[in-house]
Design a protein around this ligand. Structure first.
Ligand code: TYD
Length: 208
């Protein structure tokens, strides 16, 4: 496969979506073929699964059901979008991937990082991003940014601050576990600075 698969991770309100857009712009202007995609979502079927997961009426959803649905959505995304785009040589910028499941379902929901990793390996067939950019933002800051955002909050975003703090701890653990893949960027600076750091990182990675 000739393409490059890069994922972006962080707490809700970390600003990663804006950073991804800026990064995509720069890469496109440099002549790269870029594909921006997201999880849960990225395909018709995955977006339908997303609706079920994030619907705030689904209060009774069991945590393992939640983890399986994220993995099912991921599987479809990999099969339908990621593998074909890698084969065509695209640079894929993916807003969340397996580490979201590890931090949110594995750590914060308490299923266990190893269990969720193993279950996701069935979905991914071993395919992982070659680089994961983690935007490290204080969970209190992310939480208040998210609350200020006027769009409607989904089922996960509606969780209390303690949940988001636990997600943050989960990410800290992942940075330690996967030092060769995950690179942490300080997200407590303005978004211009964060974006420029991320763009440098991504360009360096692509040229490798
Ligand atoms: P999304 O609406 O894309 O949030 P953001 O724009 O902040 O990235 O993601 C939906 C929520 O789903 C978000 O709170 C994180 C959560 N999530 C998981 O819990 N597990 C996962 O595997 C993924 C991909 C997302």
């Amino acid at each position: 496969m000739d393409g490059v698969f890069i994922s972006f991770e962080g707490n809700d309100g970390s600003g990663k979506t804006t950073v991804i857009e800026k990064c995509a712009d720069v890469l496109t202007k440099k002549g790269y073929q870029v594909l921006v995609t997201r999880e849960p979502g990225g395909t018709n079927i995955s977006e339908q699964i997303r609706e079920i997961i994030l619907n705030k009426e689904n209060k009774e959803m069991d945590v393992r059901t939640e983890a399986l649905l994220y993995a099912a959505s991921r599987r479809q995304h990999i099969a339908e979008v990621i593998i074909p785009a890698l084969a065509k040589g695209y640079i894929i910028l993916c807003d969340r991937f397996i580490d979201s499941s590890l931090a949110y379902q594995g750590h914060a929901r308490g299923i266990g990082i190893d269990k969720v990793f193993e279950m996701n390996m069935f979905a991914c067939e071993g395919l992982l991003p070659s680089l994961t950019v983690y935007i490290d933002v204080n969970p209190e800051v992310g939480f208040s940014r998210m609350k200020k955002d006027c769009r409607k909050l989904d089922r996960l975003e509606l969780e209390a601050i303690n949940f988001h703090k636990t997600v943050y701890q989960g990410y800290q653990e992942l940075v330690k576990r996967f030092p060769n893949r995950i690179v942490s960027v300080n997200g407590d600076q303005n978004l211009e600075q964060v974006s420029s750091e991320v763009i440098d990182l991504v360009l360096k990675h692509i040229k490798k």
